[in-house]
Design a protein around this ligand. Structure first.
Ligand code: IPM
Ligand code: MG
Length: 357
């Protein structure tokens, strides 16, 4: 039986990077007999332009009927001045919410060959292997908000149940890794964070007693990510802290363009897979975007939504192989280097490492 994948290319560099990731998925689908089938649907500014909404009903219906969704990026200066509810970003937030995708997995690893692309010293980067679990459907992103001419407000709310379920995801994943969890909050200031810390403490103590648990305030966590990145295993945190910390953590790997993500809900519904980078309007259409984050997101799609672990590992090994062999996109090339590859040419190298090209 074939498995339907919905591709939401979106805006900016989105179509370029999803196009390349789909080439990789097609190759692996054939070689590993995964039986994928692809359908395009609209999201973000592209959807607003074509259908008057950043998340048309037809897109939600297609996503709900799929096994997994591969998303590029949304947003851009073209839509900066349209009413808030029509902004491209609202389409992304709304699809996460509509599918109940509360756990956003953002792995951050380093490869020695890319050490020069990171601003950190190479000795700090050795052995970095972090899995950030970002809560994705609560907090200040979804709270009541308002604006008048002279004032504005956003509110952050969390329930015990929302914190419990994301901590359980973190606990389960940590048990299959190095058995360490760092929960990040701002419990010295925020009530939502005090609830977060209480619930996290209880869930890990009662349900995952084998784990080593650490609690960090978010400001300290931002610093520790740079001073001792290799100490972290699984990190779990609320929506906005996770957004900020993962952009920071991407510089351990060397570039925003390298990091994938998986957004998962409860039960067997479709997961959504997207690079953590944005639409990068400054380089859109030039064919120079780094496709690694999206290709590695496609690997996560195979792992978490298709049960195709072998195929997922194959893709991850091919990306690592391409990087180890010296293939570079512009964002991770040595300063002044001229031999970097465009989005498509880099993917050709990945495909060769897959043995499919
Ligand atoms: C991300 C992005 C999004 C977010 C934006 C585009 C709404 O920054 O996925 O990290 O803030 O969640
Ligand atoms: Mg972000």
């Amino acid at each position: 039986m074939s498995k339907k994948i919905v591709v939401l290319a979106g805006d900016g560099v989105g179509p370029e990077v999803t196009g390349e990731a789909v080439r990789v998925l097609k190759a692996v689908s054939t070689s590993h007999k995964v039986g994928l089938e692809f359908e395009d649907a609209l999201i973000g500014g592209a959807a607003y332009d074509a259908a008057g909404s950043p998340l048309p009903d037809a897109t939600v219906a297609a996503c709900k009927a799929s096994v997994g969704i591969l998303l590029g990026a949304v947003g851009g200066p073209k839509w900066a001045d349209i009413p808030v509810q029509h902004r491209p970003e609202q389409g992304l937030l709304a699809i996460r919410k509509a599918l109940g995708l509360f756990a956003n997995l953002r792995p951050v690893t380093t490869v020695p060959e890319l050490a020069a692309a990171s601003p950190l010293k190479p000795e700090k980067l050795k052995g970095v292997d972090i899995l950030v679990i970002r809560e994705l459907t609560g907090g200040i992103y979804f709270g009541k908000r308002g604006r008048t001419a002279e004032a504005a407000f956003d509110t952050c709310e969390y329930t015990t149940a929302e914190i419990e379920r994301v901590c359980r995801v973190a606990g389960k994943l940590a048990m299959a890794r190095r058995r360490k969890v760092t929960s990040v909050d701002k419990a010295n200031v925020l009530d939502t964070s005090r609830l977060w810390r209480d619930v996290a403490t209880r869930v890990f103590r009662e349900e995952f007693p084998q784990l080593t648990v650490e609690h960090l305030l978010v400001d300290a966590a931002a610093m520790h990510l740079l001073s001792r990145p290799a100490d972290f295993d699984v990190m779990v945190t609320e929506n906005m802290f996770g957004d900020i910390l993962t952009d920071e953590a991407s510089m351990l790997a060397g570039s925003m363009g390298l990091l994938p993500s998986a957004s998962l809900g409860a039960g067997n519904g479709p997961g959504l897979y997207e690079p953590i980078h944005g639409s990068a309007p400054d380089i859109a259409g030039q064919g120079v975007a780094n496709p690694c984050g999206t290709i590695l997101s496609a690997a996560m799609l195979l792992r978490y939504s298709c049960g195709a672990e072998d195929a997922a590992r194959r893709i991850e090994a091919a990306v690592a192989g391409a990087l180890q062999a010296g293939a570079r996109t512009r964002d991770i090339a040595a300063p002044g280097a001229r031999d970097w590859l465009g989005t498509k040419a880099f993917t050709d190298v990945v495909l060769r490492h897959l043995g499919a090209h």
